[in-house]
Write a protein that binds this ligand. Sequence first.
Ligand code: SAH
Ligand code: SF4
Length: 337
Amino acid sequence: MKNIKGYTLKELRELFTSMDEKSFRADQIFRWLWVKGAEDFEKMTDISKALRERLKNEFYISSLEPAHVSTSRDGSIKYLFKLEDGETIESVFIPEGKRRTVCVSTQVGCGMGCKFCATGKIGLIRNLSFYEIADQVLSVQKITGERITNVVLMGMGEPFANLDEVLKALRIINKHIGIGARKITVSTAGIVPGIKRFAETPFQYKLAISLNAAIQEKREKIMPVAKAYTINDIMDALDYYYSRKHLRVTFEYVLFKNFNDSEEDAEALGAIASRIPSKINIIPYNQVEGFPYESPDEDDVNRFAEYLYPIAPAVTIRWSRGRDVHAACGQLRGMYT
Ligand code: SAH
Ligand code: SF4
C-alpha cells in the first residue's frame, strides 16, 4: 500500500494517467485530501464507486495523530505528532487576537547545532516530506476546530536545509489549505544559498532571519553556521531578496542574559536592521538544560529594547508563548521520547 498524500498534484496527475484514469480526477482527489482534509476514500462522493474501490485497494491516506498534547496557560497548545516511522515532531497552535498561528517543523531534529537550542542538541535525524510538513497545519486545524490564519516555519529543523520539500509544502499550505502567502513566514538560521533560491520563487512568502547576535564573533560562538555564512553574506542575500520581493524581512534576536544584551549589541543590531526594510523580534531566551545560557529578566529585555527604539526601524518583544509547557523548539520531544 502506498500513501496517496506522498504525491504532489503533478505526480498524482501523472499517476492517474498511467492508471488509465482521467487526469482531472487527480485534481479532485487532491482537493479532497488537502482542502477538505478527507481521511477516507469513502467520503469522496464525487468520485465513482469503482475508482474509490480501486484507490482503497492500492493506497492509504496518512494523517498525523498527536502522541502528546500540552496546553499552556496563555492558550497556546503544543502537539507532539508521531510520524509513520515512529519519529516525533512538534507543532504549536498560537491564538493571538484574531490570529490563529501554527508553528510548523520542517525536519526531525536539526543539523545546525546552535549552542542554545534543544532541537540542535538532537542533531539531524531526517528531513520531513512535504506532506508531513503540510499535514501539521491540517491536523492542528482539525483538532482545534479553528480556522488557521498564519503559518510560521519556526518549529524543529532548518527549512533551508530541506528546501525542496518545504517549497512543495508551502504550495499546498498556500493554494490548497488556503493560507495567504504573506501569512506564511519561513525562518532560517541564515543559509545564504537558500535565501537566494527562496528569493527566486514567484511567491510572496515572508522571510525571517535568526540573527541572535549582531556581532560576527559572538554569532559564531552560538551558531556554528555563522562561520560558513557571515552576517555580511546574509546582508547581501537579503538585499537580493528585497530587490525581488519588496517585502520587509524580520530579524529574530534571541536575547540571552549577559551575552548579547549590552548597549553595544543593540547598536550593532540597530545598524544591521537599518540597512534594509525590516523589523526586529526580540525573543527572550527560554532556558534549555545542558547549555550555559540564561534567560534574561524582564528588566534586561526592557533595557535592551530601550537601547534599540531610537535606532531601529521597528521592534517587538515576543514573550515566548507556552513557556510553562516547554514550548521552546525541541523541548517537548526531548521530554517524551
Ligand atoms: N532553524 C530555523 C527555524 C527554527 S528555530 C531558525 O533557526 O531560524 C526558530 C527560532 O527559535 C529561531 O529564531 C531560534 O533562534 C529560536 N530558538 C531556538 N531555541 C530557543 C530557545 N530555547 N528560546 C528562545 N528561542 C529559541
Ligand atoms: Fe536548528 Fe534553528 Fe535550533 Fe539552530 S535554532 S539548531 S537552526 S532549529
